[in-house]
Write a protein that binds this ligand. Structure first.
Ligand SMILES: Cc1ncc(COP(=O)(O)O)c(C=O)c1O
Ligand SMILES: N[C@@H](CCCC[NH3+])C(=O)O
Length: 416
């Protein structure tokens, strides 16, 4: 459920009509709902109630400062993968000691900055990274808090580009090498072992892959305890899917209950890193129909958003619902490919969609709050879309569209 509802024949973002928002801010425009972000965060937080836990929102899903600020005020932790994401979380008011740092290629400079601000934990993904982190921490005379990201070799059953927990993925330390890696971490003087983590992929729509991975990690935790390596927190990563079309992913409560059942009384702190499940259905991308074009084989609706604004359809063959903001009955529905102005045949947002539309109409691409703006680019020298957050009856501009001659600079304004 989100807060984008059809009322009186017009799509509303909470109480604000989308045409009114774009009259001020133009198109293409991402609109995010503060109420939905808040509810989604709370659903995870409450689902893990009864366990010592921390929800670390995956910043890569949507790193708009206003989005991060909403979550920071709710007490969220954050999962980051670059120093850029670290700076954004700090700028938005996130607590450094609730930040975990994932990623296979952390630089010395990134490690140093994260140590300086005092993050909760580095999710270390290789033996070489352990050595580098130890050296950076030793040079500063501090100890780095670490968790080792283990690749449990579990098939997440998701798109191959977003599966991360298989033997042939670049992520994590092979589970067969985990014991040796923990022993090395214990022996390095500037490291403190806190945790164990995994992340097996994104847009998972069933529980068994999560539970398979958890089983394997619990066996490892018990074996490490026998060698006097005590794991204090277990980070299960993100990956819980959302409904784009007809998927029926498990709800956070079912996911959390299944985790609780497996954990027993080990007394572990549990971390999770949801991104898409918090932000995905908290946003839409609004675009305007420029032209309707009939080719011999197809009808095209050419809109002012493009693959540079939302790359998921063409990159993953992903389906996202596309709906008219003001449905009309005065023209017949036709089957359209919804395409943008970019000079690529792969520049499409939806294919074979039955829509009753005319030039000038607004369309909303739903479920665009995650991996939309954050994966956008300036390809074809297109300025990035504006971003607006709606909050009850108010719509705030949180990032203006760049001007074409000023593509290097985006402006960011936090709501009061
Ligand atoms: C390490 C890590 N944590 C969390 C996430 C967030 O995943 P999702 O948006 O599917 O919840 C990702 C992305 O897949 C990731 O790589
Ligand atoms: N960008 C992907 C998810 C990848 C998650 C990053 N590990 C998507 O849009 O579905």
């Amino acid at each position: 459920m989100d807060h984008f509802n059809l009322q009186d024949g017009v799509l509303h973002a909470e109480a604000v009509a989308i045409p009114d928002i774009v009259a001020t801010h133009g198109t293409p425009c991402f609109i995010y709902s503060r109420a939905t972000l808040t509810r989604h965060y709370r659903v995870f937080d409450e689902a893990l109630g009864g366990l010592e836990h921390l929800v670390c929102y995956a910043v890569k899903a949507n790193s708009n400062l206003a989005v991060l600020n909403v979550l920071a005020r709710l007490g969220s932790g954050f999962d980051i993968v670059s120093v850029g994401e670290l700076e954004r979380v700090l700028e938005a008011g996130g607590a450094p000691d609730k930040i975990v740092f994932s990623g296979v290629g952390k630089t010395e400079a990134e490690m140093a900055r994260a140590l300086d601000v005092g993050i909760k934990c580095f999710n270390v993904e290789s033996l070489a990274e352990l050595e580098r982190l130890n050296a950076v921490a030793a040079a500063k005379g501090v100890r780095a808090p670490v968790s080792l990201r283990i690749n449990p070799d579990v098939d997440a059953g998701t798109h191959p580009y977003i599966a991360t927990g298989l033997k042939d993925n670049k992520f994590g330390i092979d589970i067969a090498e985990a014991d040796a890696a923990f022993e090395r971490a214990r022996d390095l003087p500037a490291l403190d072992i806190f945790g164990l983590d995994c992340h097996i992929g994104s847009q998972l729509t069933t529980l068994p892959p999560f539970l398979d991975a958890l089983d394997r990690l619990l066996v490892l935790i018990d074996r490490l305890a026998e060698r006097d390596i005590q794991i204090r927190h277990l980070d299960l990563g993100g990956g819980l899917g959302i409904r784009y079309q007809a998927e029926e992913p498990p709800l956070p409560a079912a996911y959390a209950d299944a985790i609780k059942q497996k954990l027993g009384d080990r007394g572990l702190e549990i971390l999770i890193e949801p991104g898409r499940a918090i932000a995905g259905n908290a946003g839409v991308l609004v675009t305007r129909v420029e032209f309707l074009k009939q080719q011999p084989a197809k009808h095209f609706a050419i809109v002012d958003a493009a693959m540079n604004d939302l790359i998921r359809p063409t990159l993953y063959n992903a389906w996202q619902n596309i709906v008219p903001v003001q449905p009309r009955e005065d023209v017949p529905a036709q089957r359209y490919d919804i395409v943008g102005p970019v000079c690529e045949s792969g520049d499409w947002l939806g294919r074979d969609r039955d829509l009753a539309i005319a030039p000038g109409d607004l369309l909303a691409v739903r479920s665009a709050g995650a991996y939309g703006f954050t994966m956008s680019s300036n390809y074809n020298s297109r300025p990035r879309a504006a971003e607006v957050m709606v909050d009850c009856e108010t719509a705030y501009l949180v990032r203006a569209r760049e001007s074409i001659t000023d593509l290097w600079r985006g402006e960011t304004v936090l709501p009061a």
